[in-house]
Structures are given as structure tokens and as C-alpha cells.
Design a protein around this ligand. Structure first.
Ligand SMILES: *[C@@H]1O[C@H](CO)[C@@H](O)[C@H](O)[C@H]1NC(C)=O
Ligand SMILES: *[C@@H]1O[C@H](CO)[C@@H](O)[C@H](O)[C@H]1NC(C)=O
Ligand SMILES: *[C@@H]1O[C@H](CO)[C@@H](O)[C@H](O)[C@H]1NC(C)=O
Ligand SMILES: *[C@@H]1O[C@H](CO)[C@@H](O)[C@H](O)[C@H]1NC(C)=O
Length: 331
């Protein structure tokens, strides 16, 4: 018994020295890491009700705690990239094309805590932030490209109005209202071309009734669509050249997932932002746990301890790290 107590206290000292116990070593490019990352990505996209769906670019780091009766806890750090699918699009993120670097893609950085039980992952907490790629990187990829413009710019608002009015003049019977401007670029030596992407929403009015009092349909009747277009002011002319492509999505059944709060259709307010920050989205009740996720991940790279096959701890000088970060999938 004494011997047992002694060895237990030795283990305690060992864990105290290494602060956080380490479970299995899981490499960032392993199928298991990919499984955890895709579960996290699905959760993040389902809870991000602005801008665009994100796609996975890289698993940066993984730390697994020792198994308990409740399974294992994973701390995973992910690099995400903006896709071309607006968040209202029914296309699953896996099938969404990534935003090319030349368009100043937004990059997301997420720390996720998951539980693995009977082979299934569940997200417990998420903390994300996002920012557009640097001007340096954009111009390296495309020296003649244009950076993102503020979403509340007056030229941007004008281009969106013109494009949406054009769409409303088409064959639809319903009057569609602007829901959210997703991104914008102002191009040309004389700032004469404005490129915009936006989401619109069906209202309770017909096209003929189009009025300010028309309100967005919600619940089962909610219907969204999106447009990508440009408005060009021709030199020396009053006329504008319009080039716009829009799609109306089928009304979607809300996600049947009680852990995901449903967010009512409300226009997003933008104050000089260039993109829709992932940090501002509602990522569930557990995002405050992110601090511990951060600590785990920050500590993790120094903490992995090799275990020999006999189950004994190897000397503290023998550090085995998982193969991390994983490969970048896109750029
Ligand atoms: C794990 O997922 C599978 C397939 O989705 C499901 O059949 C099973 O019940 C799940 N197990 C647990 C413990 O949730
Ligand atoms: C609108 O309707 C006309 C006549 O039915 C048709 O020729 C045209 O292709 C339609 N336009 C669109 C954008 O569906
Ligand atoms: C749409 O709904 C608003 C708010 O309920 C109402 O004021 C308006 O009259 C409705 N418009 C039509 C055409 O039903
Ligand atoms: C856009 O928002 C910023 C920050 O709130 C503000 O300073 C700027 O005046 C706004 N621009 C326009 C055109 O409203």
C-alpha cells in the first residue's frame, strides 16, 4: 500500500512538473484530427450568421487529455479560410470554393475544445477571430488587384442598390430586400468600378407593393438569395454599366440541433468594417472556455511526454510532439 501511495505521489509530482497531463499523441494530419476539425468546422459555420462559410485550411495544433469515464477531451487549433458561399447558401462547406488570395480572403483562427466519446466528437467550446489577408500577400499574388473596401462606403451602398433594383425588376414576383453586404472592392484608376457581393431576403410584399414597410419573411417562410456584381461608371458618361449574377436559394429547414441557437433574420449593422468578423458571431454558450483552450494549446507544444510501451513515463527530457502543424490545404 505504501508503495502504491508513493508511486501515486510520484505521478502527481510528475504531472505537477508538466502542469497539464497529456493523453494520446494525435498528429495534425491524421484522419482523427481531420475528423475533429470537420466537426468543429460544421459547428462554426452553423453558428456564424454573417458573411461567408469557412473552409478548413490547416490543423495547427492538437492536445489530447488522458481518457476519463467521459471519454477524451481534445483542444484543437484551426486555420480557416473564407469560401465563396454566403452563409445562407445551402451548399455544404465541403463543396464551397475557397476565396482566392487575389480577392483578399478572410482568414479565421479558431481554438476549439471537443469531447470524444465512443468515437464521436462533440464541440464543447469555440473561440474564433478573423481578419482579411494582408495587403502584402494580396499584391504578391496579384499586383493589379484591389483591396476590400469598407462595407458602409457610399459608392458600395449605391452599387448594391443598383444591382438589387435590377434583380427586383426581373421575373420574380416577390419583392426582395437587402439583408447584408458581404464584401466590396472599389477598382479602377478613377475608382470607377465597384464590385459587390450581398445577401437579399424575401419580404411579405409583391414586387408591385415594394415599400419600406415590407418586412423580411422569417421562420419556415424565410428565403434568401445572393448577388455578385459590379457597377462601372463609364468615363465621361452619366450611364453606369451593370453586370450582376444572382441566385435565389430554396427555403431551408432550420438546423435540427438544439445546441445551436436560431438567429432571426436581421440586417447586419456595419460601421466601417471590411468584413464580417467571426469573433462577433454567436458561437454558443461555451465560448468563454476559450481561455483554457488557449492555455492548453500554448502550453501543449512543450508538454508532450513520451510514454514507453510498458506504460511508464520516459525521462522528462524525452519530449515527443505530435507532427504539427498539419499541411496547408490551400494557401
Ligand atoms: C456515434 O455516432 C454514430 C453515427 O452517427 C451513432 O450511431 C452513435 O449512436 C453515436 N454514439 C454516441 C455515443 O453518441
Ligand atoms: C424572364 O422571363 C422571360 C419570359 O418568360 C424569359 O425569356 C427570361 O429568360 C426570364 N429571365 C430570367 C432571368 O429568368
Ligand atoms: C408586411 O408586414 C408589415 C409588418 O407586419 C406590414 O406593416 C405590411 O403592411 C405588410 N405588407 C404587406 C403587403 O402585407
Ligand atoms: C463608416 O463607418 C465609420 C465607422 O463607424 C465612419 O467613421 C464612417 O463615417 C462611415 N462611412 C460612411 C460613408 O457612412
Amino acid at each position: 500500500m505504501k508503495l502504491l501511495l508513493l508511486s501515486l505521489s510520484l505521478i502527481c509530482i510528475a504531472s505537477a512538473v508538466h502542469k497539464k497531463p497529456t493523453g494520446r499523441i494525435v498528429d495534425c494530419d491524421s484522419p482523427e484530427a481531420n475528423d475533429a476539425a470537420l466537426t468543429a468546422l460544421h459547428y462554426i459555420n452553423a453558428n456564424h450568421h454573417h458573411g461567408y462559410k469557412f473552409v478548413l485550411n490547416q490543423v495547427e495544433d492538437i492536445h489530447v487529455l488522458p481518457e476519463t469515464a467521459n471519454g477524451e477531451v481534445f483542444y484543437v487549433e484551426l486555420d480557416l479560410l473564407e469560401s465563396k458561399c454566403p452563409w445562407v447558401s445551402p451548399t455544404p462547406a465541403e463543396n464551397c470554393p475557397v476565396r482566392p488570395r487575389a480577392e483578399q480572403a478572410v482568414e479565421g483562427d479558431c481554438k476549439v475544445k471537443l469531447q470524444k466519446q465512443n468515437g464521436n466528437f462533440t464541440v464543447i467550446g469555440v473561440s474564433c477571430k478573423s481578419k482579411p489577408d494582408s495587403a502584402e500577400n494580396v499584391f504578391r499574388a496579384c499586383p493589379t488587384c484591389w483591396l476590400l473596401a469598407p462595407l458602409n462606403d457610399t459608392q458600395v451602398a449605391h452599387a448594391v442598390d443598383v444591382a438589387l433594383a435590377d434583380f427586383n425588376n426581373g421575373n420574380n414576383t416577390v419583392y426582395f430586400k437587402l439583408h447584408e453586404i458581404g464584401r466590396a472592392q472599389i477598382q479602377g484608376p478613377a475608382n470607377n468600378k465597384v464590385q459587390v457581393e450581398f445577401i437579399f431576403v424575401a419580404t411579405n410584399c409583391s414586387k408591385e407593393q415594394a415599400l419600406d414597410s415590407c418586412v423580411a419573411l422569417t421562420g419556415d417562410d424565410a428565403q434568401y438569395g445572393s448577388c455578385v456584381g459590379s457597377v462601372t461608371q463609364l468615363p465621361g458618361a452619366q450611364d453606369e454599366e451593370l453586370d450582376v449574377q444572382c441566385a435565389v436559394y430554396e427555403p431551408q429547414q432550420p438546423q435540427v440541433d438544439p445546441s445551436i441557437p436560431l438567429v432571426p433574420a436581421q440586417p447586419s449593422v456595419v460601421h466601417g468594417h471590411f468584413h464580417h468578423n467571426l469573433r462577433h458571431s454567436s458561437l454558443g454558450p461555451h465560448s468563454s472556455e476559450s481561455n483554457s483552450a488557449e492555455k492548453h494549446l500554448a502550453f501543449h507544444s512543450k508538454s508532450a511526454i513520451k510514454r514507453s510501451l510498458g506504460g511508464k513515463h520516459a525521462g522528462p527530457n524525452v519530449l515527443v510532439r505530435p507532427l504539427c502543424p498539419g499541411k496547408k490545404i490551400f494557401f
